[in-house]
Design a protein around this ligand. Structure first.
Ligand SMILES: [Fe+2]
Ligand SMILES: [Fe+2]
Length: 270
């Protein structure tokens, strides 16, 4: 598991950022930080294929990593090279390979759902639950749901929308505990913003509650730096669960086509 301690987490934030951050901002920042830490550790392990000790990235190295501006995803990280071009009619698989990669966290959470025999719809929701973090971090449950809404079963986007709020609320029945790390980082007195609490209460009493709750359960098993998963393993599930527009994502005139275009071309000036 990726170990994230308070000191390392705080040190990774831009100077002065902490004082300006609400608890909720910190939570979003933390999730993103953990995903970056995971991707970096896996990349470092793969690069050190000779299996040398010390092939895992150190926390000091991680602190020196360049970060995207606060609130934005890694697509807005400063970069020297151009993004690799997408095909003319890009599919969700193309986006995984060319924009969301390495996407270890979502791949691992979907794998956990698959191995524990959860419904295919849940496996797929786990696969898509955090991909929007590449674009934007704040309120990522809402953004993430919107990104996929026109193409998926309603219960998938519903689950993605509410998973972000549910993270802060334990549920013994599902075996979901309040993450100990949140205590360490936010303090034991942390209370989520009122709108988060309202979203939680709404979801808690909804007949689809389990759709969102299972995403949070699988979330906690998806920060393992010794696990490799390839998106190819989900090709069939994506084929059944995602209604790929024939014009390609970004060009189908859907209400969210612009979001896919922004992911495809994050550098465009206007
Ligand atoms: Fe999330
Ligand atoms: Fe997640």
């Amino acid at each position: 598991m990726v170990e994230v301690d308070r000191k390392t987490f705080l040190a990774s934030l831009p100077a002065g950022a902490l004082a300006a951050m609400s608890h909720e901002d910190k939570a979003e920042e933390l999730e993103h930080y953990m995903e970056e830490a995971l991707d970096n550790k896996i990349a470092a392990r793969r690069a050190g294929a000779d299996g040398e000790a010390g092939s895992i990235i150190t926390l000091e190295e991680l602190e020196q990593e360049e970060r995207s501006p606060r609130g934005t995803g890694r697509l807005f990280m400063p970069r020297e090279d151009e993004f690799p071009p997408l095909p003319d009619k890009p599919t969700v698989l193309d986006f995984f390979r060319l924009r969301f990669a390495p996407a270890n966290h979502v791949l691992q959470s979907a794998t956990h759902a698959l191995r524990t025999g959860q419904p295919e719809r849940t496996v797929f929701a786990c696969l898509m639950h955090d991909v929007v973090l590449n674009l934007i971090k704040v309120d990522h449950g809402w953004w993430g749901a919107q990104l996929v809404e026109p193409y998926v079963d309603e219960r998938v986007s519903w689950g993605i929308r509410y998973h972000a709020a549910l993270r802060f609320y334990p549920d013994e029945e599902y075996g979901y505990e309040y993450p100990e790390m949140y205590n360490r980082i936010f303090g034991h007195d942390y209370v989520p913003e009122p709108y988060i609490k309202e979203a939680y209460e709404y979801a808690r009493n909804h007949r689809w509650y389990g759709e969102a709750r299972l995403i949070t359960v699988n979330d906690t098993y998806a920060f393992q730096d010794d696990m490799d998963v390839d998106i190819e393993e989900f090709t069939d599930i994506i084929g059944r669960q995602f209604k790929q527009p024939k014009e390609g994502l970004g060009y189908d005139n859907s209400p969210v086509a612009h979001m896919w275009r922004t992911i495809a071309f994050p550098n465009r000036p206007l």
